[in-house]
Design a protein around this ligand. Structure first.
Ligand code: DOR
Ligand code: ZN
Length: 346
């Protein structure tokens, strides 16, 4: 049995760090194990200009004194985003990608895109400059069931955008369905997908059976077991189009444990041990390094990290913190619901 793993220091290609007291409290949880992360721009107000992205990057650095963690910034696409501003922000090295939120799809997405035709000039500019577009892939139509929103988005929105702008490099973020896995697999180039830690672990029963579990509620919502199994298969298959984006999304407990619970699972604290457990159970520990350390960097055109992260397996289950205390309140750490035997040792 494998007892130690020496991995390329991993990157997280989808991360929420928030701002202010929450940022200060939770940023060290990611910076401990990860070298870099794609930082989501859904603050209030959202990060829509290069200057805002640069200022946010500096606040992240200030929250991590002495750390070599590199935040890779993104811009929040709105219907009035100026393609020239996006290109300038990319040329000056401030942003690594642009994020598309369909308006109303998730936390702080009200300023997102309603009419995708209005964003076409930005899509064309991104395609020409080779800047990746990170996509929250869910429609928001009232008549579409929440469990079908990702599959319908692929047909109604994503595929038409990609046909109209074939050179656009797209990352389908936090995929949750067989449909998304198959869609990514049916395209040779220009399309990748991130998979979260929690979607590899929970299905919709975990959220709903025996009472509603707010800390398992996230968006896109976890689907049936058959979909979770497809995600595990994709993540552990060694296919470079699938890579880690944790979507670790902290909300203080008062925002989760209430009548209208915020969406998000917080996995930054122990994502690497959880993934080692998932990959070990899938008999694919040899595929973990590429999923967390190679494929995402390659898709983004970044050099792979030349530092390492070591994990060790113990016979006894490892105990992780149940909560992270922050100046914005306590944040509950995701409970995988099974014993984890792996821990990061260096
Ligand atoms: O669960 C989620 N939480 N999904 C998202 O798309 C947004 C995120 C958040 O910002 O809390
Ligand atoms: Zn997210």
């Amino acid at each position: 049995m494998t007892r130690t793993l020496t991995l390329t220091r991993p990157d997280d290609f989808h991360l929420h760090l928030r701002d202010g007291a929450m940022l200060n409290g939770i940023a060290p949880e990611s910076a401990r194990d990860f070298a870099r992360a794609i930082i989501m721009p859904n603050l209030v107000p959202p990060i829509v200009t290069g200057a805002q992205a640069a200022a946010y990057r500096d606040r992240i650095a200030a929250a991590l004194p002495g750390s070599d963690f590199v935040p890779l910034m993104t811009l929040y696409l709105t219907e009035s985003t100026d393609p020239g501003d996006v290109i300038a922000a990319h040329k000056s090295g401030v942003i690594a990608a642009v994020k598309l939120y369909p308006a109303g799809a998730t936390t702080n997405s009200a300023s997102g895109v309603r009419d995708f035709d209005k964003a076409r000039p930005v899509f064309e500019a991104l395609a020409e400059a080779g800047i990746p577009l990170c996509v929250h892939g869910e429609v928001t139509d009232d008549d579409v069931d929440i469990f079908d929103r990702e599959a319908v988005f692929i047909d109604r929105v994503l595929d038409p955008i990609r046909r109209a702008t074939p050179a656009l490099r797209v990352i389908m973020e936090h995929i949750t369905t067989v449909d998304a896995v198959e869609y990514v697999r049916s395209h040779e180039t220009g399309l990748g997908a991130t998979i979260t830690t929690h979607h590899l672990i929970i299905n919709r029963n975990h959220i709903l059976v025996g009472g509603i579990k707010p800390h398992y509620y996230c968006l896109p919502v976890a689907k049936r077991e058959v979909h979770r199994l497809a995600l595990v298969e994709a993540a552990t298959s060694g296919d470079p189009r699938f890579f880690l984006g944790t979507d670790s999304a902290p909300h203080s407990d008062d925002k989760k444990e209430c009548a209208c619970c915020a969406a998000g699972c917080f996995t930054a604290t122990h994502t690497m041990p959880l993934l080692a457990e998932v990959f070990e159970r899938a008999e694919a520990l040899d595929k973990l390094d590429a999923f967390t350390g190679h494929f995402g960097a390659d898709f983004y055109g970044l050099a792979r990290n030349d530092t390492r992260l070591r994990l060790q397996r113990s016979d006894e289950p490892v105990v992780f913190p149940r909560k992270i205390e922050t100046g914005a309140g306590p944040v509950t750490v995701f409970d995988p619901g099974f014993a984890v035997h792996w821990q990061v040792v260096a």
